[in-house]
Write a protein that binds this ligand. Structure first.
Ligand SMILES: [Zn+2]
Length: 501
């Protein structure tokens, strides 16, 4: 039997506002003792009144605008009622039928993935289950943190695209500087709704999955407890296989919530899914409806910046980068900005030399990207650092690229210079002089050295002349050793070939 996979995503992100969603408590509780960043409002004491955080509302609208959503100019908060010890009030203030924004899209791998809605709610506290203890502990420091929930339509059909969507969404939140969206820290939580349906037996009707004829749709399973992008992909892949296997064995699937167990690499039943009726949503009586004016929306729009999908397209168009290179360079706003600063320095340098930027830019930009991604990243990754920790100015990095580009240094000398620059910053031309790494380019001088090498290795010269041409690499190695790695390898090969024929 052939199956279609249908995936929808729900992504929660904690907003990094100064204060919590409905009170004045500090929203940054990192490193603070449990239950010290709390007040009667976020603890839900009787008689207190919640007061919505305007910054959180603005940032949710901003995210919506970034994802091509429409804004509900009349929006409101609702109570979602359920009992769980991490929820001090016995209900969560969320949004039900009038989310702040709705109906948008985000392009991933060429597919415009539809976004149903983005709404704002408050986060819960954290439950801690000490090992071997007959009790649980609760920390309410996180209770009341602004939490933005984004929901996609069920239009994703493979695990890799779902993972890519989550990555792209994280990049956008970081570009907008509204959430650190670190999955390991729980600042961003991805949940996936996964179902499998027999091919040809279902269709989309107004965005919803409907059966054709008398086919019975298989229920969807909600996957939770996913703590990394890799886990998004692995959990969905596991779930697809599990569901198909169950169907092939004649089992009936149930609508349920399953948690991803990273160690075992499998999903485990948590509970049979409740429906929204179980939550008895009703309008939050303590917060008046929100009126969002056209002026406010226009003002928020002015905070939109170029985001990764558009930046990637522009990088490819403007600098002729490959898809893969552009994807890496736009993944972090600071890296993208740094790249453009380096390129702009290179352009100034080319034009100061009276050359044409248009003629040189593709090759130069490619060299710059290559040095950033292949060489600089090696150092950053080894030290677990990002471009923000970098000690090298874009001017100096561009100069290094220019030295390589002009052939003043070869790539191994470039790597040595970069290592020094990475450790203590500095001007690459000075470091080159200091280390005596300037490439030996002078043909007469190279010829003299090479003649000497050949004279010392007569046996190999005869081998080469009798047809063993791979001895050439031996001569290149000898010449590089004789020049302490400074010889221009391209010229060495040219001269060798000339002298050996
Ligand atoms: Zn509080």
């Amino acid at each position: 039997m052939d199956y279609d996979v249908i995936i929808g995503l729900e992504i929660h992100a904690e907003l990094k506002t100064k204060t919590k969603m409905f009170c004045r408590c500090d929203n940054d509780a990192e490193g603070k003792a449990p239950n010290t960043v709390v007040c009667p409002i976020c603890l839900g004491h009787p008689g207190t009144l919640p007061y919505p955080n305007e910054q959180a509302i603005r940032w949710t609208i901003l995210t919506g605008l970034a994802l091509h959503c429409q804004v509900n100019q009349l929006s409101k908060f609702d109570r979602k009622n359920y009992f769980y010890p991490d929820l001090p009030k016995g209900y969560q203030i969320s949004q039900y039928d009038l989310p702040l924004v709705y109906n948008g899209w985000l392009e991933v791998n060429g597919q415009k993935i539809k976004i149903t809605r983005i709404h704002l709610e408050e986060d819960t506290g954290k439950l801690i289950h000490p090992a071997d203890k007959p009790y649980s502990l609760v920390d309410y420091n996180r209770a009341g943190t602004p939490l933005m929930e984004m929901v996609t339509e069920p239009v994703i059909h493979d695990a890799a695209t779902a993972k890519k969507f989550c990555q792209r969404y994280q990049q956008i939140l970081r570009y907008l500087n509204i959430s650190d969206a670190d999955m390991e820290k729980g600042q961003m939580r991805c949940e996936a709704n996964v179902s499998v349906q027999e091919k040809g037996k279902w269709e989309y009707v107004d965005g919803e999955i409907k059966p054709k004829g008398d086919y019975q749709l298989n229920p969807k399973v909600e996957l939770k407890n996913i703590n990394s992008f890799k886990a998004v992909e692995k959990a969905i892949e596991y779930e697809i296989k599990r569901q198909i296997r169950a169907l092939e064995n004649g089992e009936k699937l149930v609508q349920e919530t399953r948690g991803w167990n990273e160690t075992k690499g499998e999903t485990v039943r948590q509970r049979i899914k409740e429906t929204s009726a179980d939550y008895r949503y009703f309008p939050e009586p303590d917060i008046p409806p929100l009126n969002i004016s056209a002026e406010m929306i226009a003002e928020i729009k002015t905070h939109l910046i170029e985001l990764p999908p558009e930046k990637k397209k522009r990088f490819i168009r403007q600098y002729n980068f490959s898809d893969e290179v552009a994807e890496i360079l736009v993944s972090d706003k600071h890296l993208a900005d740094y790249t453009e600063q380096v390129i702009s320095e290179l352009r100034a340098w080319i034009e100061a030399n009276g050359d044409s930027w248009e003629r040189q830019k593709n090759k130069l930009a490619k060299t710059a990207a290559n040095w950033l991604i292949s060489e600089l990243f090696k150092h950053l990754k080894a030290d677990n650092k990002t471009i923000r920790d970098l000690n090298i100015t874009p001017e100096n990095f561009a100069e290094l690229v220019a030295l390589v580009y002009q052939g003043k240094i070869n790539s191994s000398a470039g790597q040595k210079i970069l290592e020094v620059m990475y450790t203590r910053g500095g001007d690459p031309t000075d470091i080159m002089a200091e280390l005596g790494l300037e490439q030996l380019d002078d043909e007469a001088e190279l010829e003299k050295i090479i003649k000497d090498v050949l004279a010392r290795n007569q046996k190999q010269v005869e081998q080469y002349r009798s047809g063993k041409t791979n001895v050439l690499q031996f001569f290149v190695g000898q010449t590089m050793a004789a020049t302490r790695g400074k010889a221009n390898p391209k010229k060495v090969i040219e001269i060798l070939k000339k002298l050996l024929t």
